[in-house]
Design a protein around this ligand. Structure first.
Ligand SMILES: Nc1ncnc2c1ncn2[C@@H]1O[C@H](COP(=O)(O)OP(=O)(O)OP(=O)(O)O)[C@@H](O)[C@H]1O
Length: 256
């Protein structure tokens, strides 16, 4: 079943057409990668899915609901969360507090009960704490919960960002270049975690990534963008051999 259905999307920034008539389907339970050379439009697709950028044409259906015109906070409630290309942690907050931030869409506490807790609000805070512990355990962050997020190693900060995205209990997780800046060993660990997120937490994954070995080894399906248009789609071995994909990437390295 298709969890995310992007139909005929077009996005313009002034005179620049960043995405043109782009369609793709992400099936429930899959790790689906969206790749393409620099500036192809991958992050823009994420920004449209999460309501940050509005398209001039096209629709985004999530779990059968049209979310094209929804605001970002509503989209999180529908079950989509994301990480960002440059790691975004609140450096002067602890790892635990950073994780808590991802839970806000699940909290339903009045301002009064934030100051004077009642049974319902205390229960919710307790559940938030339990979720944070479970996620910290899952991401190997348990010993860092009380450290300032800005003081822990870069790879652990990336885990905090993933953890914060998991705290909203999404059905779909959008990962924007999670391997950027990681060493080979850290990338291997990340790969395992992405698989576990899908297999154990049953969360569907849409991955934007430049690291081809990771993309080729963990993706069920790959969609390739170039200059805002879809140029290829299919299983990794199929996409890897596609002359259009080879040409798009060669063009990039020639101009670099
Ligand atoms: N807010 C914006 N205003 C104007 N142009 C933008 C904006 N966001 C993106 N663009 C342009 O849209 C195009 C697609 O950008 P986008 O960041 O989506 O590409 P990308 O595939 O994610 O690139 P990279 O792999 O380098 O991160 C680029 O030409 C970019 O300069």
């Amino acid at each position: 079943m298709s969890l995310l259905d992007i139909r005929n999307l077009t996005v313009k920034f002034g005179g620049l057409t960043a995405i043109e008539d782009f369609s793709m389907n992400v099936k429930e339970g899959e790790i689906h990668s969206l790749i393409g050379p620099n500036g192809a439009g991958k992050t823009t697709v994420f920004n449209v899915i999460t309501g940050v950028v509005k398209p001039v044409a096209g629709r985004i259906l999530f779990d059968g609901t049209d979310i094209t015109k929804e605001e970002t906070h509503k989209i999180v409630k529908f079950g989509i969360s994301r990480t960002f290309q440059s790691v975004v942690v609140f450096k002067y907050m602890t790892v635990l507090e950073n994780l808590y931030l991802g839970y806000h869409s699940r909290l339903n506490i009045s301002m009064l009960n934030e100051i004077i807790p009642n049974k319902k609000s205390s229960e919710q805070i307790w559940n938030m704490y339990r979720s944070a512990l479970e996620i910290a355990d899952f991401l190997d962050l348990k010993t860092r919960l009380l450290s300032y997020a800005g003081m822990i190693p870069f790879a652990a900060q990336k885990m905090v960002e993933i953890g914060r995205a998991l705290m909203s209990k999404p059905k779909l997780l959008l990962l924007d270049e999670p391997a950027a800046g990681l060493t080979e060993v850290e990338t291997e660990k990340l790969k395992k975690i992405i698989r576990l997120i899908r297999d154990k937490l049953k969360i569907t994954i849409l991955l934007v990534e430049h690291d081809m070995p990771i993309v080729m080894s963990i993706s069920d399906k790959i969609t390739v963008l170039d200059f805002g248009r879809k140029i290829s789609e299919g299983a990794p071995e199929q996409v890897r051999k596609d002359p259009k994909v080879i040409k798009a990437y060669l063009g990039e390295s020639e101009s670099a």
